[in-house]
Design a protein around this ligand. Structure first.
Ligand code: ATP
Ligand code: MG
Ligand code: FE
Length: 344
């Protein structure tokens, strides 16, 4: 059985074909294709929702054709069409949902609306070292920072989350202040390689708060204050030092809270997912903390950390396999721009 997955929640159009395993094992990724709109939005310093929707319309069918060709399949091989139902930009979501439901209606096949964060959360199952349930999940993306207790597919308990900015947002906003463009997370982390993470004492908000919540909004203010002190013509080295110190502050808090969640739940497995999961400093720090604590840690493959269609097709396949979803033949669709993961 083959699941076609369509992702269009923000500024990436992704399509993928995933095949359920006949023996109940992890589904197999047959092909996936992705178009990032980053270049288009760069001039505006952020995602322009209307432009995003229009571009999804242009990209989604050519990407679907590409995926089927690469998989050596045709539309006749598609058994179910899964799409991102939310959360995300309403207009962008509507494109993926509309195309998915139209395609399914034409084929007479059912559809399945998927939660975008469930896609991120399950994406490490496509890696060479897939996790096993149960585990603690650290979900770190552009819009979310959450710790979840994951018992199985569809069984998600929120342990803590950010009370303001997401970790990816903290990376992006600090990068913008440092003049590193958009989206700044990857650029900031590259510059940080040349800097001293202890050069600037930046705050670690809520580090000792006793709960598993995060707060990153204060960090950009602290970065701004340091930049003001450095003056208008800041040289390369202090800039790299400030990038390294910012990254260290974010990594410290994410790591400490993850370890706390593991301790609190007694679980010995950590799954990291979302765009910030690609960050090398975060991976290095978590690897060493987890080794010491006897915890196994799993990540998505680097190219599947940010948004993609593979994770949506996979989530659809895993939901079907676990009996957690009944695919629908009703082609009326609605999207959920705001949608807490614990509600799925
Ligand atoms: P959400 O999934 O919450 O709706 P999103 O889909 O926009 O948000 P993702 O695509 O998962 O988020 O991740 C994008 C974020 O990851 C951006 O904020 C980006 O800067 C950040 N990011 C990507 N690579 C890195 C990296 N190497 N280091 C730090 N941050 C990174
Ligand atoms: Mg994106
Ligand atoms: Fe995402």
């Amino acid at each position: 059985m083959n699941v076609l997955g369509i992702e269009s929640s923000c500024d990436e159009t992704g399509v993928a074909l995933v095949q359920l395993s006949p023996d109940g094992g992890v589904p197999r990724l047959r092909a996936h294709a992705l178009h990032s709109q980053i270049e288009m939005h760069r001039a505006y310093g952020g995602v322009v929702p209307e432009l995003a929707s229009r571009d999804h319309i242009r990209r989604v069918l050519p990407l679907a054709r590409q995926v089927l060709t690469e998989a050596g399949s045709t539309l006749d091989d598609v058994d179910i069409v899964a799409y991102t139902r939310g959360p995300g930009l309403a207009g962008a979501l509507l494109v993926g949902a509309g195309v998915a439901c139209a395609l399914a209606a034409a084929l007479g096949k059912p559809t399945l609306g998927i939660h975008h964060l469930e896609g991120h959360l399950l994406s490490p199952f496509l890696s060479d070292d897939p996790p096993e349930f149960p585990f603690v999940a650290l979900l770190v993306s552009g819009g979310h920072t959450q710790l979840m207790r994951v018992q199985g597919v569809g069984d998600y308990e929120l342990l803590g989350e950010t009370i303001d900015d997401a970790a990816g947002e903290a990376f992006d906003k600090s990068a913008k202040l440092l003049g590193l463009g958009y989206p700044g997370g990857p650029a900031l982390s590259r510059l940080a390689e040349f800097g001293d993470p202890e050069a600037f004492a930046l705050p670690r908000p809520l580090l000792h708060s006793g709960n598993l919540d995060f707060s990153f909004a204060g960090l950009k203010t602290a970065v701004m204050t340091q930049l003001r002190k450095l003056g208008p013509e800041v040289c390369e080295q202090p800039k790299a030092d400030l990038a390294a110190s910012t990254q260290a502050a974010i990594v410290d808090v994410l790591s400490a809270k993850s370890m706390k969640a593991l301790k609190q739940t007694g679980l010995k497995r950590l799954v990291v997912a979302g765009g910030v999961g690609a960050n090398r400093a975060l991976r290095a720090n978590l690897n060493s903390l987890c080794r010491r604590a006897g915890v196994r840690v799993h990540y998505p493959e680097l190219h599947l950390c940010s948004d993609n269609g593979a994770m949506i097709a996979l989530a659809g396949a895993m939901r079907l396999q676990s009996g957690r979803a009944s695919a629908e033949h009703d082609y009326a669709f609605d999207v959920k721009p705001r949608w807490p993961l614990a509600e799925v």
